[in-house]
Ligand binder design. Structure first.
Ligand code: SF4
Length: 199
């Protein structure tokens, strides 16, 4: 049974149990009711926990997001609290000051939440759909690759490379995502490929 509990579930359960036992041992009658009163207004008690990764640096610490409301509406307005994930092998619950301030980052007015497009000649960005953004990126990449892909070097050596486009990946991903990203980009012939983890 213990093996099925995550570290934070265990700590939460053990903490409540120890507190209740201690109150009882000290002679306070109705310890269970007292604990129930203490837990009821705890602001995180009714929240949903979502595990995620801090987006800032290559350490990629695990975080837990505590939110209220319907997440299917894809809004972060209900995010109440962020803390380090004690079950995450990288940071074991700790966060540096940047990660500890993620709540402000999520709620910042300047945070980009959807694709934006600036039309040629325009001086402003406009919100577009993901379908539009992905179609546009694919179109521009295809056109550029058709125009600039090199099969051989000037010495006649086979190179199959595309050097007029670069790709910057993110460190806050899984190994599987990283492997797939590498394969897709390299299979297109893209040579300029780096990762935010090195920044
Ligand atoms: S919490 Fe700090 S160290 Fe961890 S990933 Fe975020 S910025 Fe990097």
């Amino acid at each position: 049974m213990i093996g099925e509990l995550s570290r934070r579930q265990f700590l939460r359960t053990a903490g409540a149990g120890v507190a209740g036992t201690t109150l009882g041992a000290m002679g306070f009658g109705g310890a269970e009711q007292a604990m129930a009163q203490a837990v009821r207004p705890f602001k995180l008690a009714r929240t949903t926990e979502t595990r995620n990764i801090c987006p800032y640096c290559s350490v990629a610490c695990g975080v837990i997001l505590y939110s209220l409301g319907d997440r299917s509406k894809n809004t972060h307005a209900s995010l109440l609290h962020v803390e380090g994930d004690p079950d995450h092998p990288t940071n074991r619950g700790t966060l540096c000051p940047k990660g500890a301030a993620l709540l402000d980052f999520v709620h910042a007015d300047t945070r980009l939440k959807y694709p934006m497009h600036r039309k040629p000649g325009s001086d402003k960005f406009e919100r577009v759909t993901w379908d539009f953004a992905l179609d546009r990126i694919a179109r521009l990449m295809k056109d550029d690759r058709d125009k600039n892909f090199q099969t051989t070097s000037k010495d006649g050596v086979t190179v199959n490379r595309w050097t007029s486009v670069g790709f910057l990946a993110a460190s806050a991903t899984t190994n599987e995502t990283g492997t797939l990203t590498y394969k897709v980009i390299r299979s297109l012939g893209v040579l300029p490929f780096d990762n935010q983890a090195r920044v």
